[in-house]
Design a protein around this ligand. Sequence first.
Ligand code: ANZ
Length: 652
Amino acid sequence: MDRYEPLKIEAKWQKIWEETQPFTAHETTGQPKKMLAEMFPYPSGAGLHVGHVRNFTIVDVLTRFYAQQQQNVLRPFGYDTFGLPAENYAIKTGISPKDATKTNIDNFRKQAKRLGYYIDWSREINTSDPEYYRWTQWCFSELYKKGLAYQKESYQWWCPEDQTVLANEQVENGHCWRCGHDVEKKKMKQWFFKITAYADELLSEIDALDWPDKIKTMQKNWIGKSTGAEIDFDNIKVFTTRPDTIKGATFVVVAPEYPQLESLLTDDTRETALAYKAASLKKSEIERQENKEKTGVFTGSYVTNPATNAKIPVYVADYVLAGYGTGAIMAVPAMDERDRAFAEAHDLPIVETELVAWDAYGTPKTTYKMRDWLISRQRYWGCPIPIAYDSKGHPHLIPEDQLPVIIPEVADYKPDHTGRSALAKATDWLKVDLFNEETGQVETMTRETDTLDGYACSSWYLWRYASPHDTKHAWDPEAIKYWEPVDIYVGADHAVAHLLYVRFWCKFFADQGYLPFREPIKKLIYHGYINAPDGKKMSKSKGNVIDPLDVINDGYGADTLRTYEMFIGPVELDAAWDPRSVGGVYRFLNRCYNLVFNTAGVTAVEGVPHESRVGEENSQQDLRYVRNKVIKKVTEDIYKANFNTAVANLME
Ligand code: ANZ
């Protein structure tokens, strides 16, 4: 009897796939196209983990499913390689991030091949390859030319441990998302992408997407549209969603970061108010919005309520946030809970309001919670921002024919103590002769030492897959028209970062005429994490990580691992690893193998069994009935991304 020996079978087919590359995609007419992709991985030194396997296997099942339905499928693969882990490793070991990344990619590729994925390997991309980041720099240049990449002095989250600026979405409960250190606020000049220019469209087009409701809701809340009015209380402009309550406004509150705060202070209040401000800057927005005691101090100034003509006091309090609305509010303690708590704590009048028409006092205004996207990082291992500064400190774009701005090698990867990246240490690289349009002369300028947030690199990689080796364009116009938008995208995490950024860039590049669609991803499948058997997160430090290669090499093979990860639970939920179930899935595949290749009397190498040989107890008709029923059920399951019930139906 022929035994099920997955390691032999898999090795045989993987060798054939390596030689014949059957998964290479071509643009053809006649068949419908289908492009599928996973959220590409960060190739860490630890190699693939079982979470990647869940992600990649979902894409793989769907790719093979549609290929069998004779659709022209494209399933590319790539690596998101810039970022702090490689830089921190370089700081510690002196090994160049470029070399470490190459080693890690080689390992990831080998592992992915061992898992037997249907991947068009001719389209592999790597965001830290100059061939790739030349075009990330081109994308930046396009945004810059249209005024959507700009610099601004502002308070930024700063991680003292990693010595870097963090975006709002990278601060988790007052801690750095990477190292967990407490973050603080620091005033700095930074680069931003003006995602708010597309706030309205990003919001209005969410509903039409075939995305999980959970993600759509998270994006809506993140964009956070509010309609109301702006009203002047003398020279302080406030934003309110309830302008009709204006008669009840008995004081005004400004945020501690309010730019004109100093001008509101008097000799009596200055010291206390500035000390209050300093203390507030240490708190996270979440802490400031918590329902605790409402702290704040009097500025010493009064303004006029335009509806009542009463002189009302101006306070500074940190429950008012700087980046939202105008950073100043009219407080209506009779109507608003936070204002009431503040009024009670500070003995301020609470006046019941009548509702009034407000048109005479203010102008209608829509605001968004979403801020512009902070994109500069004081890091070495990122895509250099293609900018240089003249002697006056004015920024100039590096001309397109001088791209890419290549990352120079340096001896020491540590940022300097001012927080500038290690690029500042590459003194030759730092200087560049550029034509200055303002003076009409060539001048030696100083390059920008900030690099781009890694999310910039992943904002356009899905389009690079259409023509990954194009040297003339970021993406070929014909290829992109054929393959994209992406039909199915699979991943976990990044609901309000990456998944908003790709939509923003898509709309921008569509407006420039570079993309023939305005939404980059038709269908999104969002999957849960795989946890350790005790339900805890897998992590190296806890020693509870399951290595997918160990599972394969234990003799189970890739098919068992893949089937198990599809069977582990509903796709959208987290699931705990269960070693016994891995064995169960193996026994199931073993039985399938025996049914097909032994009971039916053929071997894995010969081909498909003939139904009449299967045994006399089942009539052919019964067998056909059962088979068709299962095919129908499993097909429906896969359309609905119910992978666990698909496996269960097969087992039945
Ligand atoms: C007076 C008022 C009366 C308000 C009332 C609400 C209820 P959303 O819905 O979140 O947009 N606000 C405005 N700017 C703020 C800031 N920078 N920090 C903290 N709070 C701010 O909330 C808008 C309301 O939140 C605004 O309307 C303002 O308070 C406050 F019965 O004005 B309202």
